[in-house]
Write a protein that binds this ligand. Structure first.
Ligand code: 6MZ
Length: 357
């Protein structure tokens, strides 16, 4: 990918639908936090440095890395800080609509409940000042300052259920999402180590979420558990993430059901879920016009960006600027927001066409 192309990918408006908060933290912030905890004797800084800098990790190792990241980030003020930084980072590369997902965490030793964790997230969102943020249906801020149009980003939240959690804990997360609807929480995600936990454990909470009108996206097919993949497709979530290890039958089912897929190229390659980019299932889905959106997954952990994912798709699959723009615009169809937001986003894309060469 040459520099000119990369700059074009940065300047194009984009929609990010699959980004985990704690996976999107800047390395510089992780180092700063690790150094501070190292000085306090809580961790050994050099151990952390090596782990963070390693760039070829299996999926299992990546998920272990999150346990370390969580030690570094899980207090209220740090959660506020990383939320602010992550939103500003996405906005700075012209992401105009961001659905950020995070697992609400409880930590009795520092007085953290799932609710107070999410309050810290919301505080981070309100602290963003490099860009105007629309974060709830009625929360549209004035988008002009001194008559000059300011950059704007829509931010919505998905609450993640970690596969390590019990039915009760999953239900608590869904209830929290319902409580925080007016603050821009729009849906539920199921994520975490795909070899941990059973689909049946989360089903009651997911069914309840759906009954209550929350949107649902599931990490699906990160490992070849065909029985679970089948059950997930039959549940008909509004979107799924990854869709890597499907057998023929489930692949057919997915296509028939037309469930939009959140595609995370760099993540799949780095974690060796897909052995090589030229055999990535993006190609098949793209050719068949199956609904899909390019996403980062964990931009910090995988040292990527949404512009970088478009750049990668462009070079790996020979997509021209028109195709990339269309791909980015099509993602509007799969956002977990109403038609008004969709119409505004389409207008943003339309206006940007004239500015892009
Ligand atoms: C499955 C993943 C993931 O929620 O603490 N997570 N789950 N597969 C992946 N692919 C690489 N990447 C991230 O963000 C980190 C959490 O997101 C999930 C894991 O549960 C991880 O602990 P939050 O903000």
């Amino acid at each position: 990918m040459n520099r000119e192309n990369m700059e074009w990918c940065v300047s194009m408006p984009k929609v990010e639908l699959h980004a985990h908060l704690n996976g999107s933290v800047r390395n510089s912030t992780l180092f700063e936090l690790a150094r501070a905890l190292g000085e306090k004797g809580v961790i050994v800084f050099s151990d952390v440095e090596n782990v963070i800098m390693k760039d070829d990790r299996t999926l299992h190792e990546v998920l272990k890395l999150f346990d370390l990241i969580h030690i570094l980030t899980t207090d209220h003020s740090t959660i506020t800080r990383i939320t602010k930084e992550v939103i500003e980072d996405f906005a700075s590369e012209n992401v105009v609509y961001l659905e950020l997902r995070t697992t609400p965490k409880r930590n009795g030793s520092i007085g953290m409940s799932k609710r107070s964790y999410m309050d810290a997230v919301m505080e981070g969102l309100r602290a963003v000042n490099s860009v105007d943020v629309d974060y709830c249906p009625t929360g549209l801020k004035n988008d002009t300052v001194n008559g000059t149009a300011r950059k704007k980003i829509y931010v919505r939240f998905l609450l993640s259920i970690d596969r390590r959690e019990s039915t009760e804990a999953a239900m608590e997360t869904v209830k929290l999402a319902l409580e925080m609807r007016d603050l821009g929480v729009v849906g539920i995600d199921l994520s975490g180590n795909p070899i941990v936990g059973n689909w049946g454990t989360f089903l009651p909470a997911l069914k309840f979420a759906r009954e209550q009108g929350l949107y649902i996206t599931l990490h699906c097919g990160e490992v070849p558990n065909q029985e679970e993949i089948k059950a997930m497709i039959e549940f008909l979530p509004q979107r799924i993430g990854h869709a890597c290890c499907f057998d023929k039958e489930n692949w057919k089912k997915l296509k028939t059901a037309k469930i939009p897929v959140e595609i995370c190229l760099t993540s799949n390659i780095r974690t060796e879920t897909i052995s090589s980019i030229d055999i990535h299932h993006f190609v098949d889905l793209y050719k068949e016009k199956h609904p899909l959106a390019l996403c980062t997954d964990d931009s910090g952990v995988f040292s990527t960006s949404l512009s970088g994912e478009y750049g990668l798709a462009s070079s790996a699959f020979s997509l021209g600027k028109t195709e990339m723009f269309q791909l980015a615009e099509n993602a509007i169809d799969f956002i977990f927001s109403d038609d008004g937001v969709k119409a505004n986003l389409r207008a943003t894309f339309k206006a940007s066409v004239e500015k892009l060469d």
